[in-house]
Ligand binder design. Structure first.
Ligand code: 5GP
Ligand code: MG
Length: 176
């Protein structure tokens, strides 16, 4: 694999995004919803950089099976806190085609939040299939399959402190 974003760059990129989020909401109470499982590392870092009254919850969305094939998206909101009348910020690892964020946002919108925005660590260039732009993006990256800082390949590599692009050889091997 090849390192794309070092631990240091990730830290400053997430800090810059946290600053934008703070500017957007000010002192207003915020409900942050992390999209499982890829957002967990970003979620942990981002929430500790925010100072407004904060509630944190999670929602599960799974679509990717294996490396790059799209499966049907399933959304499980059982673990989600009440979002009615709240300002909600959805947090996810990567904005690729945009389908995942779009569908999770639609689901949350049905529950009557005051507002809903989304923040992602990464946005892949030239992959967008949905007319929706994330409100907050830490990094734009080229169209490569990446792992680390929460992102997995077959459930491995989420614990890397950097983001790396997998090479074709890496994708053939079973990391587990
Ligand atoms: P979208 O619905 O925007 O096409 O895809 C978003 C989801 O696909 C992400 O939440 C992530 O789980 C997965 N995904 C898309 N691109 C990558 C990638 O390069 N690496 C990894 N590990 N997951 C990706
Ligand atoms: Mg994901």
């Amino acid at each position: 694999m090849r390192e794309l974003l070092s631990k240091e760059r990730l830290e400053s990129g997430v800090a810059a995004m946290a600053q934008q989020v703070s500017q957007c909401y000010g002192d207003r109470p915020l409900t942050i919803l992390g999209v499982l499982t890829g957002s967990i590392v970003l979620l942990a870092d981002l929430i500790r950089m925010l100072e407004m009254p904060l509630r944190v919850g999670v929602v599960q969305a799974s679509s990717y099976r294996g490396q790059t094939t799209r499966g049907r998206l399933t959304i499980n909101s059982d673990l989600m806190p009440d979002v009615h009348g709240r300002d909600v910020l959805l947090v996810d690892d990567i904005f690729d085609t945009g389908h995942t964020i779009n569908e999770v946002m639609a689901k949350v919108r049905q529950l009557g939040p005051t507002s809903i925005r989304c923040a992602v660590l990464l946005r892949k260039t030239g992959r967008q299939e949905i007319d929706l732009d994330p409100d907050f993006v830490a990094f734009d990256i080229p169209d490569e399959f990446v792992v680390g800082y929460g992102l997995d390949y077959r459930d491995a590599y989420r614990n890397l402190s950097f983001v790396a692009a997998l090479e074709p050889d890496d994708l053939e091997e079973d990391p587990a």
